[in-house]
Design a protein around this ligand. Structure first.
Ligand code: NAP
Length: 292
């Protein structure tokens, strides 16, 4: 393997200790404890474990967290009323609705109900719009974490070519926006299933961010030697040798990509830990703004 590993766990741990210091300072100076409300509707096992991880991270950073669990058959009006209550609750600085919502809920309507100043996921149209025009806002957590991971490689992206594979609203599109900002100054190509030859673009890329949700979307023969690879994908592939009967893998074929790239994120241990870290970051920032 030629590539160095971009250690998301290490960067996340460093940032979380800075966040914990910020939390302690805000408590001491302003008497304010940052508070995050996490709403979970239904009992999707993956969502349950994501919510547990977010609460643990909040506790470790010294933040207050409140879990609101609602049955899958909750009327949408009750969920919206809960969000309205949290919007007005001074102990809560961030509101997160764990997605996906069970069938029958209008996710867009639910996200729209979150007050933009408490939208620490950065998903409301107000925050997305502000990100697009470069105004101060809460940046979406996974894309923001991806930018931080590229920064630690030491690569100056100004004038470089970045290829993003995937155009979802929560990963691909915002990553493309953030990398093309003047402060980063990369030239960005956004690929999707309508792209005729993804490899023709990735082979000229200095950085490839792959967020397709499919194993082996990116392979070593699609890379320029020395490229940086950020693998966002989290896929379960059957593996009888594992106790759970599956293993996790990303969207990049790790072995072949690591042989050509200069740096690559592992799955797990790359992008994942940064997503929760940036959520804590946004919650602390929201509490700071509220305490002003
Ligand atoms: P998504 O909504 O399913 O979007 C996938 C995107 O990839 C789509 O735009 C799709 O194109 C494109 N795509 C799929 N296969 C492709 C291919 N072979 N070539 C080119 N483009 C292709 O997924 P998402 O929500 O962005 O998530 C992507 C992956 O990241 C998933 O594995 C997810 O679990 C993971 N993820 C991880 C984190 C984390 O914190 N680690 C956070 C969020 C997501 P079309 O638009 O043309 O269909």
């Amino acid at each position: 393997m030629a590539a160095t590993l971009i250690d998301g766990k290490k960067l996340a741990a460093e940032m979380r200790s800075q966040i914990a210091e910020g939390v302690a300072q805000l408590k001491a100076e302003k008497g304010v404890t940052p508070g995050l409300a996490v709403i979970l509707v239904g009992d999707n096992p993956a969502s349950l474990s994501y919510v547990a991880a977010k609460e643990k991270a909040c506790a470790e950073a010294g933040m207050y967290s409140r879990e609101i669990r609602l049955p899958a058959e909750t009327p949408e009006s009750d969920l919206l009323a809960e969000i309205v209550r949290l919007n007005a609750d001074p102990a809560i600085h961030g509101i997160l609705v764990q997605l996906p919502l069970p069938r029958g809920f209008d996710e867009k309507k639910v996200i729209d109900a979150i007050a933009p100043e408490k939208d620490v996921d950065g998903f409301t149209p107000v925050n997305v719009g502000k990100m697009l025009i470069g105004e101060e806002c809460f940046l979406p957590c996974t894309p923001h974490g991806i930018v931080k991971l590229i920064e630690v490689t030491g690569m100056d992206l100004a004038g470089k070519h970045a290829v993003v594979i995937g155009r979802s609203n929560i990963v691909g599109k915002p990553v493309a926006v953030l990398l093309s900002r003047k402060s980063v100054n990369a030239t960005v190509t956004l690929c999707h299933t309508g792209t005729r030859d993804v490899g023709a673009f990735t082979r000229t890329a200095d950085v490839v961010v792959v967020a397709a949700g499919r194993p082996d979307t990116l392979t070593g023969d699609m890379l320029k030697p020395g490229a940086v690879v950020i693998d966002v994908g989290v896929n379960r592939v059957p593996d009888a040798s594992k106790p759970k009967g599956y293993r996790l893998c990303g969207d990049a074929d790790f072995e072949s990509c690591a042989a050509v790239a200069s740096a690559i994120t592992p799955v797990p241990g790359g992008v994942g830990p940064m997503t929760i870290t940036m959520l804590l970051w946004n919650t602390l920032e929201s509490a700071r703004r509220a305490a002003k």
